[in-house]
Design a protein around this ligand. Sequence first.
Ligand code: ADP
Length: 254
Amino acid sequence: MSVLKTEKVGINFGGLKAVDSVDLEIGDEVLGLIGPNGSGKTTLLNIISGIYRASSGKVLLNDEDITSLGPNQVRSKGIARTFQTNRLCLNLSVIDNMLLGLYCQQKTKWWQTVFRPSVSLQEIHEGISRCYEVMSYFNPGLVSHAYELISTLPLIDRRRIEIARAIVGNPDLLLLDEPTAGLNTEETHQMINDIGKIRTQGNKMSIIIIEHDMSVISKISNRVVCLNAGKKIAEGTFSEVSQNEKVCTAYLGG
Ligand code: ADP
């Protein structure tokens, strides 16, 4: 069964069709989303995560229509994401950022959030222990930074924490937007290794990853979709897509 489906989803900005009638289906897998600059990759993730409302088509999560939901509702339905530029709270600690991620992803109804009493001590203890559990398997090195401010940490740790914050609520679908941007070669290898651990913990989290670095896509993805000018132009294994004539032409600007 598919976790996420987009059916002929599209969005216009003025006269520009940034995403044009894209069908996407993702099951229990890592899907690499590639395409030249401006091809609509981030816009598609923005539609899926509720940041943009699609002008046409549908987005279905576990067969439920989520097309018209906003980002907070989408998050509580089970889609978490990271951004090209870090969106962590710089003056909060690692653990506080992760706790924020955890509470934002809780699958509560809106009235439970509005009318619930303040968070109990037991909930805080359980939340902290869940944060430690995630840090320990995703990257044990994060544990020693748990009470440090984000502003004191290097870029690679900030990127790791953004992912840890996204997975702490155990979403059904994780969207990663260029997680290795700005990292050097050695750090990129470390990040590939960390991301590879997300799906080895017995959870079934599906992942869509946007990356410009094709070595990352080839190592991480089970399947690849390529966009160009807002349209899906190819789909298949990394080697199939990378040899596809339309894909080669799109990257060469033909
Ligand atoms: P990619 O992630 O593949 O580099 P984007 O999804 O960021 O591409 O952008 C696709 C196209 O949509 C680009 O031409 C971009 O300028 C345009 N676009 C994206 N967001 C907006 C917006 N909010 N308003 C107007 N145009 C936008």
